[in-house]
Design a protein. Structure first.
Length: 206
């Protein structure tokens, strides 16, 4: 009932890189899928790490289902992201040089991890995601992002992620002193568009 730690890597070797990008795939996706997106990002000098969800899914139900329904997979998934960060830090890369990219279920997981562990990171791009839970438990979220740039891109409507949760997530991150940019595309669908890639590059990977 827990994820096996399985981190795929690409880009520069961790021990040679000054920056690291942790990429988190969506439900039914794979670490290799999300790593392939890096070719469109300005991350040529980064170490790239992508944890693989056991059985291809980070947690079984919707991210807005009651949290207990997604346990113990959800806690294990958050721990997987935490261990990936620890692996990067252990190689001497400081948190302010650690970046994040996530899509869909991976964006939700990454945002949940960040909100629970706010500090000065390099930046994060989340495409179609929000913090997790039927109701938002604000008490879980502590720390100060110290103006870490965060980009939230989404479609309205989106079958999996209500735009209201994206707005609520943006507000929480702003309260926690992140430099948040949100962009809502009308009827775009559940995918990543070219402008989102360009915004991630101009806001985060600069």
């Amino acid at each position: 009932m827990a994820h096996i730690l399985d981190i795929k890597t690409a880009g520069k070797p961790l021990n040679e890189a000054e920056k690291a990008l942790i990429m988190v795939h969506g439900r039914g996706g794979s670490a290799q899928d999300i790593l392939s997106l890096s070719q469109y990002l300005n991350v040529e000098d980064y170490a790239l790490l992508a944890p693989q969800a056991t059985n291809g899914s980070w947690y079984p139900y919707s991210f807005i289902a009651p949290v207990e329904q997604n346990e113990p997979w959800l806690s294990s998934a958050v721990e997987t992201i935490s261990k990936t960060v620890e692996k990067v830090v252990a190689e001497g890369i400081k948190p302010e040089n650690i970046y994040f990219f996530g899509f869909s279920q991976g964006a939700c997981l990454k945002l949940e991890f960040l909100a629970r562990n706010a500090q000065k990171f390099g930046g994060a791009a989340a495409i179609i995601g929000g913090v997790i839970g039927e109701k938002i438990n604000r008490e879980n979220y502590k720390g100060d992002f110290a103006q870490t740039p965060i980009f939230l891109g989404t479609s309205n409507p989106d079958f999996h992620v209500p735009v209201e949760r994206v707005y609520a997530t943006a507000n929480i991150f702003k309260e926690m002193n992140a430099d948040v940019t949100e962009k809502v595309y009308q009827n775009f669908g559940h995918s990543i568009n070219q402008e989102e890639i360009e915004l991630a590059n101009s806001l985060i990977f600069v």
